[in-house]
Write a protein that binds this ligand. Structure first.
Ligand SMILES: Nc1ncnc2c1ncn2[C@@H]1O[C@H](COP(=O)(O)OP(=O)(O)OP(=O)(O)O)[C@@H](O)[C@H]1O
Ligand SMILES: [Mg+2]
Length: 295
């Protein structure tokens, strides 16, 4: 126990020395997705965001859910506006962002994202200039893609350089995650794909799922999947959602809080000295749109 805490502190102090201290580099963009819906993406994203913010990072969450946005509900914030207003030129990024705990900022992407496709070149340029400001506001941008592997969500994933794929022990969650991995690997061999096992009963079950999944992906899809960790089934998670206070704040000592902190530490530690994958928000949007033109 003590060893783990010491290790975590060491990781954090190393990272803090390594943090970007100028405004010229790009924000690291991490897309959080799943094959099947309801596996815990949003609750994980929010608690990861706060854990990273507590370690001194500037975090922005973009709710990429095309349907119902629920980041708001879980973060305990409320936003009436989102990317739609920025895309249509009615509002600035600052105006649509809401502040959550520990300086975590949140932008509701929602249905606005669909409208990007219909912009003229001039309108798009203007939007991209605005979105570029995010690189100065954030060290890490977390994009929660919302439920299900729909066409738009697949494009959001294909535009990403770093993908966190969430699975649960449910067989359909695993097969859907595998199907998504197959789609990703068919066109993006360079993407960094990491797996998070959520809601497993114990570590053995979580490890077993990772082993089987990564073995199958390696053998049949020739994709190397990294293990980023697990969050076991924990009753504090649904409880904290009901209370609208993220569990890392309401129950900082619960199992899920400890495990999400370990995941956060790993995510940062892996990035030490490696900025190859940070291409920034403008590049992300451009890649996303090019996938529509490709069809
Ligand atoms: N580790 C966990 N232990 C127990 N319950 C969990 C855990 N993680 C998530 N849950 C529960 O699973 C449900 C779904 O969580 P969440 O809304 O975060 O999933 P999601 O993947 O974002 O869903 P959607 O695909 O609909 O956006 C919630 O009721 C939440 O309480
Ligand atoms: Mg969600």
């Amino acid at each position: 126990m003590r060893d783990q805490a010491d290790q975590l502190r060491q990781i954090v102090s190393k990272i803090q020395n390594n943090k970007k201290d100028d405004n010229t580099s790009y924000a690291r963009i991490i897309t959080i997705t799943s094959g099947k819906g309801g596996v815990g993406k949003t609750s994980f994203t929010i608690n990861l965001a706060i854990s990273l913010a507590k370690m001194g990072y500037r975090i922005v969450i973009i709710d990429g859910d095309f349907g119902l946005a629920n980041v708001d509900l879980m973060l305990g914030t409320s936003s009436r506006h989102g990317l739609r207003e920025v895309i249509t030129g009615q509002m600035s990024l600052e105006e649509v962002m809401v502040d959550g705990p520990y300086g975590v900022r949140f932008i509701s992407g929602g249905s606005g994202i669909k409208e990007l496709v219909n912009l003229s070149t001039t309108e798009l340029d203007l939007f991209l200039q605005k979105i570029d400001e995010l690189n100065m506001m954030a060290d890490i941008i977390l994009i929660d893609t919302g439920a299900g592997a729909t066409e738009n969500i697949i494009k959001m994933v294909l535009a990403a350089d770093e993908v966190l794929l969430i699975v649960t022990p449910e067989p359909t969650a695993i097969t859907d995650a595998y199907a998504l991995t197959k789609i990703i690997s068919a066109s993006r061999r360079d993407v960094v794909l990491r797996l998070i096992i959520n809601k497993a009963e114990n570590i053995n079950e979580a490890q077993g799922i990772f082993d089987k999944f990564s073995h199958a992906a390696d053998k049949f899809l020739k994709v190397k999947i990294k293990n980023l960790g697990y969050i076991l089934e924990d009753s504090h998670v649904p409880k904290s959602i009901k209370e609208q206070v993220p569990y890392v704040l309401g129950y900082p000592k619960c199992q899920a809080s400890r495990q999400v902190r370990i995941v956060a530490g790993r995510l940062l530690n892996e990035d030490l000295g490696d900025t190859r994958h940070n291409t920034g928000m403008t590049s992300y949007i451009k890649k996303f749109l090019s996938l529509f033109r490709a069809n």
